[in-house]
Design a binder for this molecule. Structure first.
Ligand SMILES: Nc1nc2c(c(=O)[nH]1)N[C@H]1C(S)=C(S)[C@@H](COP(=O)(O)OP(=O)(O)OC[C@H]3O[C@@H](n4cnc5c(=O)[nH]c(N)nc54)[C@H](O)[C@@H]3O)O[C@H]1N2
Ligand SMILES: Nc1nc2c(c(=O)[nH]1)N[C@H]1C(S)=C(S)[C@@H](COP(=O)(O)OP(=O)(O)OC[C@H]3O[C@@H](n4cnc5c(=O)[nH]c(N)nc54)[C@H](O)[C@@H]3O)O[C@H]1N2
Ligand SMILES: [Mo]
Length: 778
C-alpha cells in the first residue's frame, strides 16, 4: 500500500462503471476505512486514531454534523462510533504526507492551478506559513510574525473595513469562530460570508420565519422514536452514514421511512450495519418503505399536494386528521392557509414531480396515520430556487398535525460541516440580530458595526465590481465551493490580498490575489498545547448539542498554530496594543474565550462548566422545549407558498451537482463512487438511459455540458441566454428520474450562474441547472 502522494493527476479515460449498489455499508465499508487509513497514516497511527473518534474523551469527527448518541439519553456509544467516510475524513487530516517549503519551490503557483483538487489534496498537510508577494511565481516561506504583519498591513491599507471579506468554513471550533467574528467586527465590518450561505441558509430562513429559530427541533432520540421519517433531498449513506444506524432503529420498532430523491441512493434502500450479525452476514435492514423518485425541483409541488390532501381528508372527516388544539393554541395564519389548501392541479403536480397520483396519495395516508413524524432534509431541498417556500411547506405539513415540539416529531435539517451550526451560534453571520450585537458591545465595550455585511454571493459580486479587495478565509476552499468558477477566479485574482488559514492544499491557494498567504493550522485530530497546558475546543452538532473535542495526535508540524492563536495574534497586530480586548489572554487558555462566550451567546451561561460534562449540553430550542415560537406573531406561522411551474425547454436536462462517495466537499479522497458504480474518474454526467437515447447520444459518449441562463435584457429588449460550459464529461447511463442529470461538485461548478440563487436565502442554485449536452471529440 502506497503512503506516498500520487505523482500523476486523474486520468479521466480510466472510467469504469458497474451496477449501482442496492445497499450501503457492510463489511466492505470497514475494509475501505482501514485501507484508506493505512495508506494515509500507516498502521500505528490508524490504531491510535480511529478508536478516539466521537468518543467522550476523544475528538469530534471532522466529517459531518450528525450527533453522537448521548448516554444522558440512555443511548450507548459503540466502540467504533464512526463510519467509512468519517474514517476517510480523519485519514485525510491525520495523513503523514507533508507539503513543505521544498514542495512550493518545485511547483509554481501557475502549475498548482493546473492540478485537480484530488492531486492537490493528496499532497499532504501544510507545514509552515508561506507567502507570494506581488510579482512572485512561487510561494516562499515566511515566519509567523512577518506573515501576520503583512496581513495586518494589507487590511489597514484598505479605504474602509468593508473592502475586506472574511470567510469561514464549518470546521472552525466555537472558540476560534467567536474570536474571529470579534476580530472582524472590532475591525469594523460585518462582511462574514460562510459556507452555510451555500448550504443550509434556506433552512435557516424558512425555519426562522415559521417557527422562530433556524435550527432543527429534534434530538437523536426523537428521530429514533419517530414512527415516520421522511428523508428528502439527502444522501445519508454517503454524507451522514451514522444516520443509517438511527434509521435502522426506526425500522426496528416498526417505524416507516419515505425517501424522496431523484436518485435511488443505496443508503436509502438498505443498510448492512457492520456492527451487527445481520449486517455482516445477512441481508441487512431494508430502509425505505416508499421511494418517491421525484423530478429535480418537484418537492414544493409534492408538499403542496400533501398539505392539500391532508386538508381534504379533514374536510371529509372533520376532527380526525388535523391537530386542532395545537393549531389553535400555537399557530398563526391557519385560516388563510386552509382556505387555499383545496383543489390540486394534478396535471401540474404530476409533471413537476414525475410521481404518480397513487404514490402521492399513499404518502398522504402514511402522514395521516403517523403519530410521530420527522422530516429530514439536506441539499436536495436547500439549493433550489424555491428552497425557502419548499421548506416552509414542509413545516406546514408538520404544523397541520402538531408535529413540532412533541417527542418523536419535528423538523430535522441535516447539517453538513461538523461545526457549521456552532459557527453561526457564535456569531459567524453577515446579519447577526441586534441583541447579539448589543451583548457584544456590553461585554467588550467597543462599538459593533450594524450595517449588514456581504454573504458569499454578495461578496463575489462586490469582488467582481472591485469593491472587495482583500479576502481572508478561516478554512474551506472558496474558489472551488462557490458558483461561476471562471468569474470567481477572476474576482479573486483581482484582489490585492488573499489569505487562507488551512490544513490542506487546495485550489484557493493557487488562484490568488496580488499578495497571497497560506497560514497552516492544527486540525481537529491534533494535540493543542498552550501555555496553560493541553486545550480542548467545543463544537455544536446538527441537533444543538454542544460538547468538547480533544485532539490527541502529534501535530503535522511544530510550526503550526491553532486557529485561536492565529486569530488572536492577528487581532493584536491589526487592532493595536491599546485595544480594550485582552487578546493575549486567549491563546494561553481557551477558558478565557469561553468566559466571554458565556456572557454573549444566548443559552451559553456557565459555558466552561457545561462543556465539561461528559456529553456536553443541549442549547435551548423554544419550539422543541416548550412549544414557544419567537416569530413576529409569537406563534408558529402557516405560510402560503406558490409553486412555480418548471419550464424545461426542449432537448434540455435539469442538472444537479452532488457529492460522490469518495469526497468531502471539494476535498477528493479518492475516485470510487462505489454505491453508484462509478470508478476511477470524476468528469461524468449521469443521465437516464431513455433521455440519452432521446437526445441522440449513447452511454459513454464524451460531451460538453452547457448551462443556459436568461441573462440581462439585450438592446432589442429580448432576454439573451447566457451560456456557461464545462468540457469533456462522459455520459453514464443511470437510473435517475427522467429529464434529470447529475454531475459531481466541484467539477460542475463553472455551470452555476452567480445570479441564480434561492429566493430570500441567496443560496446558489446548485441543484437545478438547465443544461444541454454537446458532443465533444475524443
Ligand atoms: N462523506 C461526506 N460527508 C459529507 C459531505 C461530503 O462531501 N462527503 N459534505 C457535508 C456537507 S457540507 C453537507 S451540506 C452534507 C450534504 O449532504 P447531501 O445533501 O446528502 O449531499 P449531496 O451530495 O449534495 O446530495 C443531495 C441529495 O439530494 C438529492 N436531490 C437533488 N436534487 C433534488 C431535488 O430536487 N429533490 C429531492 N428531493 N432530492 C434532490 C440528490 O439526488 C442527493 O441524493 O453532507 C456533509 N457530509
Ligand atoms: N455546485 C455545488 N457547489 C457547492 C455545493 C454543492 O452541493 N454543489 N455544496 C455547498 C456546500 S453545502 C458547502 S458546505 C460548501 C463547502 O465549502 P467549503 O467549506 O469552503 O469547502 P471544503 O471543501 O469543505 O473545504 C476544504 C478545505 O478546508 C480546509 N480545512 C479542513 N479542515 C480544516 C480545519 O480544521 N481548519 C482550517 N482552517 N481549515 C481546514 C482544508 O484546507 C480543505 O482543503 O460548498 C458549497 N458548494
Ligand atoms: Mo454544506
Amino acid at each position: 500500500m502506497s503512503r506516498k502522494a500520487p505523482e500523476q493527476d486523474i486520468d479521466e479515460s480510466a472510467l469504469s462503471t458497474h451496477d449501482p449498489k442496492d445497499h450501503a455499508a457492510g463489511v466492505k465499508a470497514v475494509m475501505v476505512s482501514l485501507r484508506r487509513s493505512w495508506e494515509q497514516m500507516g498502521a500505528g497511527r490508524t490504531i491510535k486514531t480511529l478508536p478516539l473518534l466521537n468518543q467522550r474523551s476523544g475528538f469530534d469527527c471532522p466529517g459531518c454534523a450528525w450527533p453522537d448518541p448521548r448516554e444522558a439519553d440512555g443511548d450507548k456509544r459503540s466502540v467504533a462510533e464512526f463510519c467509512e467516510n468519517g474514517a476517510k475524513a480523519v485519514a485525510e487530516e491525520a495523513t503523514t504526507r507533508r507539503v513543505d517549503a521544498d514542495f512550493f519551490a518545485r511547483h509554481s503557483i501557475e502549475e498548482l492551478a493546473g492540478k485537480s483538487e484530488y492531486w492537490l489534496g493528496q499532497q499532504g498537510r501544510l507545514t509552515q506559513p508561506m507567502i507570494k508577494r506581488s510579482g512572485d511565481t512561487h510561494y516562499r516561506p515566511i515566519g509567523w510574525d512577518g506573515a501576520l504583519d503583512v496581513v495586518a498591513e494589507g487590511l489597514r491599507d484598505l479605504d474602509s473595513p468593508d473592502e475586506a471579506a472574511f470567510y469561514t468554513s464549518g470546521r472552525t471550533s466555537n472558540e476560534a469562530a467567536f474570536l474571529y467574528q470579534l476580530l472582524v467586527r472590532s475591525f469594523g465590518t460585518n462582511n462574514l460570508p460562510d459556507c452555510s450561505n451555500m448550504c443550509h441558509e434556506s433552512s435557516g430562513s424558512a425555519l426562522t420565519e415559521t417557527i422562530g429559530i433556524g435550527k432543527g427541533s429534534v434530538s437523536l432520540a426523537d428521530v429514533e422514536h419517530a414512527d415516520l421519517v421522511m428523508v428528502v433531498g439527502q444522501n445519508p449513506g454517503t454524507n451522514h452514514p451514522r444516520m443509517l444506524s438511527t434509521l435502522e432503529k426506526v425500522k426496528g420498532h416498526g417505524g416507516k421511512i419515505i425517501a424522496v430523491n431523484p436518485l435511488p441512493e443505496a443508503g436509502l434502500m438498505r443498510f448492512k450495519n457492520p456492527q451487527n450479525v445481520r449486517g455482516v452476514a445477512g441481508k441487512g435492514t431494508a430502509l425505505c418503505d416508499e421511494f418517491a423518485q421525484i423530478r429535480i425541483g418537484g418537492d414544493l409541488a409534492l408538499f403542496k399536494a400533501l398539505t392539500a390532501l391532508l386538508a381534504q381528508a379533514e374536510r371529509d372527516a372533520p376532527g380526525t386528521v388535523l391537530d386542532r388544539e395545537f393549531i389553535e393554541q400555537h399557530t398563526h395564519g391557519f385560516d388563510e392557509f386552509f382556505a387555499q389548501a383545496t383543489d390540486i392541479d394534478w396535471d401540474a403536480t404530476l409533471t413537476a414531480t414525475a410521481l404518480s397520483r397513487e404514490q402521492i396519495e399513499t404518502i398522504a395516508r402514511m402522514l395521516i396515520e403517523s403519530e410521530r413524524t420527522v422530516i429530514c432534509w439536506a441539499m436536495g431541498l436547500t439549493q433550489q430556487k424555491k428552497a425557502v417556500p419548499t421548506i416552509r411547506e414542509a413545516v406546514n405539513l408538520l404544523l397541520l398535525r402538531g408535529m413540532i415540539g412533541k417527542p418523536g416529531a419535528g423538523v430535522c435539517p441535516v447539517r453538513g460541516h461538523s461545526n457549521v451550526q456552532g459557527d453561526r451560534t457564535m456569531g459567524i453571520w453577515e446579519k447577526m440580530p441586534e441583541p447579539f450585537m448589543a451583548a457584544m458591545e456590553a461585554e467588550f465595550g467597543i462599538p459593533m458595526p450594524r450595517k449588514h455585511g456581504y454573504d458569499t454571493v454578495d461578496a463575489l459580486h462586490a469582488m467582481q465590481a472591485g469593491e472587495v479587495k482583500a479576502f481572508f478565509a478561516v478554512g474551506g476552499n472558496f474558489v472551488s465551493a462557490t458558483p461561476d468558477t471562471a468569474g470567481t477566479e477572476r474576482a479573486l485574482r483581482s484582489c490585492g490580498l488573499t489569505v487562507q488559514v488551512s490544513t490542506k492544499l487546495n485550489r484557493s491557494h493557487a488562484v490568488v490575489g496580488d499578495t497571497a498567504l497560506i497560514l497552516p493550522t492544527l486540525g481537529r485530530t491534533e494535540r493543542d498545547v498552550q501555555a496553560s497546558g493541553p486545550q480542548f475546543v467545543t463544537v455544536e452538532d446538527s441537533m444543538s448539542v454542544v460538547h468538547a473535542s480533544r485532539g490527541r495526535l502529534e501535530p503535522a508540524s511544530d510550526t503550526l498554530l491553532s486557529e485561536v492563536a492565529i486569530v488572536s495574534r492577528l487581532a493584536r497586530k491589526l487592532l493595536g496594543d491599546g485595544h480594550p480586548v485582552r487578546w493575549e489572554e486567549f491563546e494561553k487558555d481557551y477558558d478565557a474565550v469561553r468566559r466571554h462566550i458565556a456572557e454573549v451567546v444566548p443559552g451559553c451561561t456557565d459555558y466552561n462548566a457545561k462543556v465539561r460534562e461528559p456529553d456536553g449540553f443541549v442549547l435551548p430550542h423554544p419550539p422543541r422545549d416548550s412549544r414557544t415560537f419567537t416569530t413576529d406573531t409569537g406563534k408558529a406561522n402557516f405560510t402560503v407558498n406558490e409553486p412555480q411551474p418548471l419550464v424545461l425547454p426542449e432537448g434540455r436536462l435539469l442538472l444537479q451537482t452532488l457529492r460522490s462517495h469518495d469526497q468531502y466537499n471539494t476535498t477528493i479522497y479518492g475516485l470510487s463512487d462505489r454505491y453508484r458504480g462509478i470508478e476511477d474518474a470524476r468528469r461524468v454526467v449521469m443521465v437516464n438511459e431513455k433521455d440519452i437515447a432521446a437526445l441522440g447520444f449513447a452511454d459513454g459518449d464524451l460531451v460538453d455540458l452547457v448551462s443556459e441562463w436568461p441573462g440581462e435584457p439585450g438592446p432589442d429588449g429580448e432576454s439573451i441566454v447566457e451560456e456557461r460550459r464545462a468540457e469533456r464529461f462522459r455520459i453514464v447511463a443511470y437510473p435517475t428520474a427522467r429529464d434529470c442529470a447529475a454531475a459531481y461538485y466541484p467539477e460542475a461548478n463553472p455551470l452555476v450562474p452567480l445570479g441564480s440563487v434561492a429566493e430570500k436565502s441567496n443560496t446558489p442554485v446548485s441543484k437545478a441547472i438547465t443544461i444541454r449536452l454537446e458532443r465533444a471529440t475524443d
